[in-house]
Ligand binder design. Structure first.
Ligand SMILES: [Mg+2]
Length: 252
């Protein structure tokens, strides 16, 4: 893979941003894949570079992972001042997440009660309440016809309401009133910091939702091969560590 000629000017631009957010995926971006995911330790220098950047004025650094937040903290060894965001952007350190607004609270209550009605006429079904979502579980329902009816009712009813985000699985449907995606997480980081510019670095298909939501002037960097919406690309994890060190140097 050839060096991306646009990357050096992009890094210089990032270094000069009055308020900067740098968000990094973890696995495959800062840590090599290994058979045992609990042993996916960061590449040498990776966390040091993030901590150095996070210690600079007007600079927010976040790890943005599909892992749950506790596992991300454990495996990466990272912590404050680096912000850890887990579960594809839905899991934040206590107090950092934006609380639901009145409309979202009302919508969530409506979704929960509609799912509750469906569950009440479907023996074995239950509704799980999450902070930003309600989840209908029909796996324990013995009669397959009832199971299918409940799922169909959920999809045609509360899952079709305006403003919800639906994740349908086998015998489960989760209906959220707040989108959980790396894109939404980056937007939250940018809003919180009042950032002029965001850098997002990732290697996987789930990171594309992050690249897709970057603004003009933000800097998306794809790690490795494969189609991407990111404007920039680096070959591997070592190159990520190198560019983070270079950015820290330029911004110091
Ligand atoms: Mg990854």
């Amino acid at each position: 893979m050839t060096t991306d000629p646009g990357l050096a000017p992009a890094l210089r631009r990032a270094a000069q941003a009055p308020i900067l957010v740098i968000a990094c995926d973890y696995d495959g971006t800062l840590a090599p894949f290994v058979d045992d995911p609990t042993r996916a330790i960061p590449a040498p220098g990776a966390i040091e570079a993030l901590v150095r950047l996070a210690g600079l004025p007007r600079t927010t650094v976040a790890l943005l992972s599909g892992r749950n937040r506790a596992a991300l903290a454990r495996v990466s060894g990272a912590g404050a001042p680096v912000v850890l965001v887990g579960s594809h952007g839905s899991e934040w350190e206590g107090g950092f997440a934006t609380p639901l607004d009145d409309d979202e609270v009302a919508l969530l209550a409506r979704v929960g009660s509609r799912l509750g009605e469906i569950a009440s006429r479907t023996p074995g079904a239950h509704v799980e309440s999450k902070p930003t979502a309600a989840v209908l579980h029909v796996r324990p329902v013995e009669d397959p016809a009832l199971r299918e009816r409940a799922m169909a009712e959920a999809m045609a009813g509360p899952a079709a309401l305006d403003g919800v985000f639906v994740t349908e699985g086998k015998n489960v449907v989760e209906i959220a009133v707040r989108e959980a995606s790396k894109g939404a997480a980056i937007e939250t980081l940018v809003e919180r910091a009042g950032a002029d510019l965001a850098v997002f670095i990732g290697d996987d298909v789930t990171d594309e939702r992050g690249f897709a939501r970057l603004r003009d002037g933000d800097i998306g960097i794809k790690v490795g091969d494969g189609p991407t919406l990111a404007r920039h690309r680096v070959a591997d994890i070592d190159a990520v560590v190198g560019l983070l060190g270079e950015l820290a140097e330029l911004r110091s």
